[in-house]
Design a protein around this ligand. Structure first.
Ligand code: GDP
Length: 332
């Protein structure tokens, strides 16, 4: 294997048949395109590399569905060599047998050479399906894939399944899960967030990537979709306001010096507080607090979030150092 790191960015690959929804997913999640506008997207016909300048710099390669990447003319190392995860999109509203067959072939090929790759299957466009049909489709696809893989002697393949749609938050939730697996020190981050949330009585806390609204970590209490939606919408509000008032659109640059780390909160009609604090250029911490006394304790909440921020940046700089050392060792 090639020990030379070709590319330090963890790479994420989006694959699937034509019209399965790959470009739509990339556009909605990473470029803030409203879901309805994807109706007018041109279907992908070539490999599109789309670098996402987020805190991790992951990449989405949008593969044209019909492309025979398993042919010898394609350099497997080039495609799968530094891959973190392969996201396979299946159109659940269409006949999916062909897609499933291709996915199985892909898994069997790829795992021989790169057994560490996470295979993430998005059973997509489920907005058009009834609840019952959705579950049946899910079961059927999982069954077909695991049967065929175990027939081929491949048990316990690292394949995970998600029901997704660009018309709700499910695709963000699925991407969050996919990305979290690629984050070094995730459990350290989760422990830090748990400590913060417990100490401050937060109902739920997310560490968001501002640009994509993917959350890269959260406290380990069960995820509540309503909380996630509230926090995610709040980021939009804050981003819109700061763009409206502090961004010079004609010159494409900020108007004057910016506050280093924005902090903002809102108290809703039922006294729920949403608290947001920027952690660094890419990340912000958003918490839902259902304690009527939170208003009076704002100073304390801010202070605890700042302490968390220091710890967070510590974790990141340490994992960066580790990476440098490992790389130096590999080169030696
Ligand atoms: P690609 O060829 O895989 O890149 O597919 P596109 O992104 O071009 O999508 C094909 C069509 O599927 C477009 O008309 C999209 O609007 C539609 N589409 C994508 N995602 C969804 C979804 O979650 N639900 C529904 N109902 N339609 C979707």
């Amino acid at each position: 294997p090639n020990t030379q790191p070709r590319d330090a960015k963890p790479r994420l690959l989006l694959m699937g048949l034509r019209r399965s929804g790959k470009s739509s997913i990339a556009s909605v999640v990473f470029h803030k395109m409203p879901p309805n506008e994807t109706l007018f997207l041109e279907s992908t016909t070539r490999i599109q590399k789309d670098s996402i300048h987020s805190f991790m710099d992951f990449q989405v390669w949008d593969f044209p569905g019909q492309l025979e990447y398993l042919e010898p003319s394609f350099d497997l190392e080039d495609i799968f060599g530094s891959l973190g995860a392969l996201v396979w999109v299946i159109d659940a509203q269409d006949d999916y047998l062909d897609s499933v067959a291709r996915l199985n072939r892909t898994i069997l090929t790829v795992q021989q050479y790169y057994p560490g790759i996470n295979i993430e299957v998005f059973i997509h466009k489920v907005d058009g399906l009834s609840d019952e049909y959705r579950q049946d489709t899910f079961q059927d696809i999982v069954q077909r894939i695991s049967d065929e893989l175990s027939d081929a002697g491949y048990e316990n393949a690292p394949v995970h399944y998600y029901l997704t749609s660009i018309y709700d938050y499910s695709v963000f939730e699925a991407f969050s899960k996919v990305i979290q697996k690629l984050i070094p020190n995730l459990s350290t981050l989760e422990n830090l967030i748990n400590t913060l949330a417990n100490n401050c009585g937060f109902e739920k806390t997310y560490l968001f990537d501002v640009l994509s609204k993917i959350y890269i970590a959260s406290d380990t209490r069960p995820v509540d979709m309503a909380c996630y939606e509230m926090c995610s919408d709040y980021i939009d509000v804050i981003v819109d306001i700061s763009e409206l008032y502090s961004w010079d659109h004609s010159l494409r640059k900020p108007k004057g010096d910016q506050v280093q780390e924005a902090e903002s909160h809102v108290v809703l009609h039922d006294e729920t507080m949403i608290h947001l604090m920027e952690m660094n250029k890419y990340l912000c911490l958003v918490s839902v607090i259902r304690n009527p006394e939170a208003k009076e304790k704002k100073g304390l909440i801010d202070m605890n979030c700042r302490t968390f921020q220091d710890a967070l940046n510590d974790v990141f700089s340490r994992s960066w150092e580790q990476e440098q050392e490992e790389r130096a060792a590999a080169a030696a």
